[in-house]
Design a protein around this ligand. Structure first.
Ligand SMILES: *[C@@H]1O[C@H](CO)[C@@H](O)[C@H](O)[C@H]1NC(C)=O
Ligand SMILES: *[C@@H]1O[C@H](CO)[C@@H](O)[C@H](O)[C@H]1NC(C)=O
Ligand SMILES: *[C@@H]1O[C@H](CO)[C@@H](O)[C@H](O)[C@H]1NC(C)=O
Ligand SMILES: *[C@@H]1O[C@H](CO)[C@@H](O)[C@H](O)[C@H]1NC(C)=O
Ligand SMILES: *[C@@H]1O[C@H](CO)[C@@H](O)[C@H](O)[C@H]1NC(C)=O
Length: 195
C-alpha cells in the first residue's frame, strides 16, 4: 500500500514536470540533458533561473525570449529534442560542427521566425523535414556534411522561390533527386546527389 503511494507520487511528479515544461529554461535544460557535453560548455545553464538570458551561448530579445542559440564547434553529442520547436522567437540555431546524431525534429518547422538553421558537420540522419517549408523567414539552411537521406522536400525548395531562402547547402549527405531547376534562384545551392 505504501509502495503504491510512492509510485503514484512519483508518477504524479513526472506528470507535473511534463505539464510545466513550458518555459524556455525548461526546454533548454531538457535539451542539455539530451546532450553529452564533455567540455562543460553548458556549465552556465542554471535551470533555477526564470529565464535563460544570462546563460552563455544564449541570446534573448528585450522581452527575455530566446532569439539565438550559438553552440557551433562545442563537441556536443546526443540528439535534438522536439521541444526545441517551442522556442517560438528563435532566429538563429547554430549547432554546426558537433557530433549530434538522430533526426532533425519535424517540430523545427514551428520556428517561424528562424533566419538561420546551421546543422552542418554533424551526424544527423533521416529525412529533411518538409515542415521546414513553413519557415518563410529562413535565409540560411546549411545541412551539409551529415547523413541525411531521401529527397529534398518540395516545400523546402519552394522557399527559394516564395520565401527568403538565399543560401542552402545540402552537399555531403545521402540525398537523392535533383534541384537543377532551382539553381539560378539562389546564391549558393549545393548538393552532391546525382540524377
Ligand atoms: C573548435 O574548437 C576547438 C576547441 O575549442 C578549437 O581549438 C578550434 O579552433 C575550433 N575550430 C573552429 C573552426 O572554430
Ligand atoms: C566526435 O566524436 C569522435 C569520437 O566518436 C571524436 O573523435 C571527435 O573528436 C568528436 N568530434 C567533435 C567535433 O566533438
Ligand atoms: C509543432 O510541430 C509538430 C510537428 O510538425 C506539430 O505536430 C505540432 O502541432 C506543432 N505545434 C505547434 C504548437 O504548432
Ligand atoms: C524576408 O526578408 C525580408 C528582408 O530581409 C524581410 O523584410 C521579411 O520580413 C522576410 N520575410 C519573412 C517571412 O520573414
Ligand atoms: C557546402 O558544403 C560542402 C560540404 O560540407 C562544403 O565543402 C562546401 O564548401 C559548402 N559550400 C559552400 C558554398 O559553403
Amino acid at each position: 500500500m505504501k509502495l503504491q503511494h510512492i509510485f503514484s507520487l512519483l508518477f504524479g511528479l513526472s506528470v507535473v514536470t511534463t505539464v510545466y515544461c513550458n518555459t524556455e529554461v525548461d526546454i533548454l535544460n531538457a535539451q542539455r540533458e539530451a546532450w553529452k557535453d564533455p567540455y562543460n560548455v553548458l556549465e552556465s545553464w542554471d535551470p533555477t533561473l526564470v529565464n535563460p538570458c544570462t546563460w552563455y551561448h544564449i541570446t534573448c530579445n528585450s522581452d527575455n525570449s530566446v532569439i539565438r542559440v550559438d553552440l557551433g564547434n562545442a563537441s556536443l553529442s546526443g540528439y535534438l529534442i522536439p521541444d526545441l520547436g517551442r522556442l517560438t522567437d528563435l532566429q538563429y540555431l547554430e549547432l554546426y560542427s558537433n557530433n549530434i546524431s538522430g533526426s532533425i525534429p519535424d517540430s523545427l518547422g514551428n520556428l517561424t521566425k528562424l533566419v538561420s538553421l546551421d546543422l552542418f558537420s554533424n551526424h544527423f540522419n533521416g529525412p529533411i523535414p518538409s515542415s521546414l517549408g513553413n519557415i518563410n523567414s529562413l535565409k540560411y539552411l546549411r545541412l551539409n556534411n551529415n547523413m541525411l537521406s531521401g529527397e529534398i522536400p518540395r516545400e523546402v525548395l519552394e522557399l527559394i522561390i516564395t520565401g527568403n531562402l538565399t543560401e542552402m547547402n545540402v552537399s555531403d549527405n545521402m540525398l537523392s533527386g535533383t534541384i537543377r531547376n532551382f539553381k539560378k534562384r539562389v546564391t549558393t545551392i549545393t548538393q552532391d546527389a546525382r540524377a
